[in-house]
Design a protein around this ligand. Sequence first.
Ligand SMILES: [Zn+2]
Length: 171
Amino acid sequence: MSKILDLQIQCPNCRQQYQAKVFRTLWGDGCTAANFTSRLKDDTNIVPCPHCGYSFRVPLGLMYVDVKTGFAVWYEPQPDPNIDDEAKQYAAIFGADSYYAKAPRVKDWEEFKHTIRRYYTGELKATPITKFDFSSLKQQSSKSATPQKKSGCMGVLLLLLIPIALGIVLI
Ligand SMILES: [Zn+2]
């Protein structure tokens, strides 16, 4: 599935803030070299400022994935350490040689599209996933879920403790 993020953006032109939805992952299943730009549009992740109308592409990493054809490519306009982390997680789940872990990282938007096109034409070799390690996927998701769970419990616990403390004082 495509992953969409809600971002708080500061306009580089007028410095005002606004919210915008941007793609972090874009799935291109069923696309071809001829039609993939109907999914990956030239205005993908372009976020016009509602205050002054200034328009620009958010400098955020974007992964284009085609699971059926078997390839992934990162658009990485500026160095993004999160991509290093995600590549490690993908290596644990799908294998270090999987296209997810070895996805090329491309700085330029036109070059990004060109790289995707080369996978569809067969000029670059696509390799569908052969390994899927469910246990490491579980580990990854429980790792990220645990801290939230803890803080949630603490919140509830504090709320419960305060009325009890008040009750004691009143008695
Ligand atoms: Zn603006």
